[in-house]
Structure formats: C-alpha cells, structure tokens
Design a protein around this ligand. Sequence first.
Ligand code: DX5
Ligand code: ZN
Length: 593
Amino acid sequence: MFKMNLTDSAFLCLDIGSSAVHGIAHRVRSGRISKSAMFVSESFDLVDATKSVIDELESQIGRHFDYAYVTGNFGESHFDITTKNTVFQGEHRIGPADIRHQISEIAAPDGFFPIYIIPLRYDCPHMRNMLSPIGHVDSQLVSTYATLFYTHAAMDEIKSVLRRAHIQSNGFYDSQFVLNSVYHTPHETTMFIDFGAMFTTVSIWTDRGPIWQTQVPMGGTNITQSIVDRFDIPFIDADRIKRGVFTMLPKTTDRFTPADVAFDFSRADINDIVIPYMTNIINNIRNAATPIMEKHPINKIIITGGASDADGVVDFVSNTFGIVTESVHIDAPVRALGEHIWNMSADECAKIIARNERMNKRFERILKIFHKKPKKVRKFVPILPSSMCFDMNNSTTYTTFDAAGISMIHVDIMDGLYVNKIAGGIDTLRKIRSRTTAHLHVHLMTESPSAWAADAIAAGADTVIVSTNTSGVKNAIRTIKSSGRRAGIALNPDTSPAILKPIIRDLDEVMVMTVEPGAAGQEFMPACLHKISILAATRKKYGLKFVISVDGGINDKNAQMCWDAGADLLVSGSYLAHSPDFPIAVQSLLKKQ
Ligand code: DX5
Ligand code: ZN
C-alpha cells in the first residue's frame, strides 16, 4: 500500500538509463509540493552517476530524501506475457486468493525478478475477457498477465547506492508504465518509443495495459561507436560530435562544414552514419510491431529518450508509421515517474489541503472576532469614591463602581482620637477587601499612624495615607514602603506643604485635604487650591514622582479647579453618593480639556 508522509517529507525520482541518470526531487509540505529540482548526470558508471544526482538534488532540496522511486532500463529487463489456467473442482466462487495464487505461479527467468505484473484479461468458460473474475461463480479461470522482470544484480547494485539516501527498496517502476500513466489518452492505443543509449524500448498500450513490448538492441551508443570505428577517434570526441550534429533532417548534406573544429570530416559525413542507423532502428520497430498494429490500430506515437529532441526525428517517425507523433523529450520518464507517484497521493493531499483551509478559515473567523470586538482597554478613571458615603456591605455598590470604571476606592478610617468620630476601622477595610479587587486607597485619620498602617496593610490596603500632626509619620511611611505598598501624607487645610520637605522624596502621594478631616459632606475650601499648585510646581522643579490627590467636598463645580491646579486623583463622597446616576456623576468630575 502506497503511503507517503504528505505533511513534511522529500522524495526523489530517478530514471537510470544506460548512459545517464535523470533525477527529479520534490519537497512536500502540507499536502503540496513546495520545492522541486531536476538534475542529470551523464556517465556510463551508473552507480557513480546515481550518487552524484542524489548529492546534488539533496543539496538543492535542502534535506535527505525520505523516499525514492526508480525507473529506467538500468541493466537488463525482460518482458513476458503469461497465461495461467486454474481448474476448480466443481463450481467455485472466484476470490482474491485465486488471483494471488495464479500470480505466485508466474515464473521469473533465471536471475530475474518480477517487478511489474499487469492482468491483461480474465476468461471463464462462459464469459470471455471480463474485467475482474472476483465474485464470479465458475469451474475454470484463464488469466493472461504481462510481466516485467529486472535482473537481481542490477536491482541490488542500484539499491545499494540508494540506501545511502534513505530510499525504500520497493519503488521500482517500469519506464513504459510511467510514461503510459501520464501520457496515455483514454480509449486510444498509444505506442511509446524510448530511444535509449543501448536499447530502444517500444511498447503499445491500450486502456487495459501493455499489449506488446519489445526492446531493439540498438541505441545512441551504437551510433557513437560507429563514428569511432569509421573515423578512428576517441569515444568521448565521437559522442560530443554526434550530439552536436545529430539530425534527421534530410537536407543536411553539407560536405564542407567540419563536424567539429578538431577534425576535418564534415557534418554530412556524420549524418551518413546517423541517418541510416536511426532508419534501421525505426524500421526494426515497424517490422516487429506491424502484426500487432494491424490488430490494434495505433492513434498516437510518443517518443522520448536521447534522440527524441534531435531535429527531424518527430517527422521521420511520423512519416515512417503514418501516425501522429509527439516528442515528450529526454526527461519524460523521470517527470512521468514524479507525476505518477504524486498522483497516487492526490486524494490524500486534497484532504490535507481541505483540512488546512478549514483550519485557516476558522482561524480567520477567530481573528475577525478579535478585530471586530477589540478587548476593551479600560481607561483609568482618576475618581475615588469615598467608602464612608456608600453601603460597602451591598454588592450593588461594587457593581455600580465597576460599571463606572472605578478602580480605586478611598477608605476612610477615623479612630475617635485624631478626629472625634470613629468610622471605618480595620474590620471594615478587611470586609471591603474581601469583596473587591479594586485598589484600596486607605486614608488614616488616626493617631499612631505606624501601628494603624501595619494593620491596614495586613487587612489589604494598597495605598496608605497618613495624617500630619501625628507622631511617628516617618516611621509609618517606612512601614508602608517596606511592605511594598504606596505611601502618602494628607495635608490638612491649615498645614503647609513646606512641612513635607524632609520626607517628600519618600512619598508616592500627597493628598490635599479640602475639608477638615473628620466628616463627609462638608463644604469644599477653595483656599486649599493653591497648595495643589505649589505641590505640582515643586514636583516639576525637583523632578519628583509623587501623585497629588484631593479629598473633601469635591463636586462638579470644583473638580475642574483641582485638575487645573495640578491634581491627579480626586476623592469624592457626598456628591457621588447623592447623585441620581453614579456613572454620570463620575463623568462630571473628570477633567475637561
Ligand atoms: C473627610 C474624609 C473624606 C470624605 C469625603 O474626613 O476624609 O474622604 O469622606 O467626602 P465628601 O466628598 O463628602 O467630603
Ligand atoms: Zn478621606
């Protein structure tokens, strides 16, 4: 069963003739041929020529070959038609085992190995020339097979070279068969002539296979040898001259132009050898084929091999037989082999390509979905709702915040000492933390900020803002920073930014209080705005990085003033909490350009 890796592999086809090796190689990727290369090596040392073709094509294709297939008349071949007769004991349903048994009885001549067996006809006593006897009930089966044999010696020698290139040993094909598989037109009878170096191989094919085959033991090398004998020149020179002047055009009777610069005989002298020899070969073919051609009129002659490209050959063959003749050129067998091998994988390739296309389409659809609905990159909303003014035990609060794009929540903690009121507290913070992944911006309005900061951090604070006029602010900032959280200081309305001087480089944030700490719902103090400007200017002047936030009485009337003064974040409690539509209220606080 033919099975090639069609996802990723490389394969090689060789036409091993008597004086040259033609190679064609294909790189296969995802059910398609992604790269091809051809190479010819002319030599009578076919093992050496085969090696050089493999090396060259391997380097052109860029990888070792996984498979190789061979055609050509490398070494002797033998063609036979065998008739087998099986008599059953009584009526018998004919099955594949009966056919296999008949094939196993086909005897190869001594030293030969059958490599190609074609059933030509099956006859049962009541039905003649059936396509297949399988399933037919009868008492006798007569079958006729065409069989091609190659010598063991030739096959072994070639295999030993091919093995080097990871080539499987069962890929030997008869060149007449591969020519037929590609060039035969259905319902026509075709004659193939392959002008080889040692032999001229001829076969006649119908739709059912070869009905006749012969090898005329004459070829291009004999012509070269005749030139050697006639002019007493080296074989290599005779071969070059033959190739240079070989023509079957009857008018080339130029007796004055030398055939080659090195010798004084003329082109016509060479053609005096070429034309009779070729005429002889073709006449031999015609004589041998006439009886079969009378029974099976031939529609077309296809020529290949060394002489097929010479001037006038097509016309000469056509005129001799009176049949339309076409040259498929010298490399036709190897190209046909490549095509034949590839055709065998056509169905499998179509499946792979269809599957890949389906996957590509699916991939394109997925891409389109991403394209149509780009993942929303949420713009950061620099508004922090103050937890004191919202019901932080209600899940709707969180979904409302989320829907408005809120990503930071301001959590006020009052200890009843620093400010009169007790509000928030570590437990509240912990609960809020458990309900949201938002950044928790904790505002400590407490004495002992360091201790409170440590507790706030443990409860899930992301930013901790401590109040001025408390003892241990520096410590508190250090505690916060060492925990990896953001640290800030809140400036009360009557506190000057100047007091931050010793510590400002350690701060991530300075929060300007625009109300007295201690209660929500107080009136915004515009007098504090200038502190925002001072902080912004200082930051700029010294290249500092702290963020400026504003807390207390922020609404849609004063937010813009804060932005204009240089604020980065605004905290808002009452205004947001009392607005009928939370997202719209958030929008109203945003910076207007
Ligand atoms: C005041 C708090 C503020 C307050 C904000 O002591 O620090 O965070 O909750 O609320 P409004 O916006 O109402 O002043
Ligand atoms: Zn606050």
